[in-house]
Write a protein that binds this ligand. Sequence first.
Ligand SMILES: [Zn+2]
Length: 124
Amino acid sequence: MIIEKYHIFNVMEHLVEDITNEMFSMPNVDMCVCDRCRADVIALALNHLHPKYVVTEKGRIFSELETYTFQMRAEVLTEVLKAMEKVKVRPSHPKEESVYKKVKIDLDDLEKHFDNIQKKKDQK
Ligand SMILES: [Zn+2]
C-alpha cells in the first residue's frame, strides 16, 4: 500500500515468511515442502496473528524491524508450527503429489563407506 511518499507494510507478513522459510529449510522437516504448502502455512499462520503495520518513508528500510521481529518471534514461531501441523495433515493438493526433502545421507554411499572401513581393517 503506497500513499504518496509513505509506505505502509505489515511487519508480521515479513516475519511469518522468514520463519516459515527457516523451518522449511531445516533438513528434518517432515512434511511436503512444495511452494503451495509453504504458501498455505504462511497464510494460515497470518490468519492467527494480529497484523503489525508500520509506516516508512518510501524507499527506506524500516530500521526498527529487528527490534519488532525479535519481540514477536516466539509468538510467530508457535503459529507457524501449528500451521505446519495442519497443512501436513491436510495439504491443498493430493498427498501423492507431496514433495519431501531428500534424506541427505545416501544409503548406498553409507554402505560403501562401511565396506571401505571393513576392507582397511581386513588389510591390517
Ligand atoms: Zn505440498
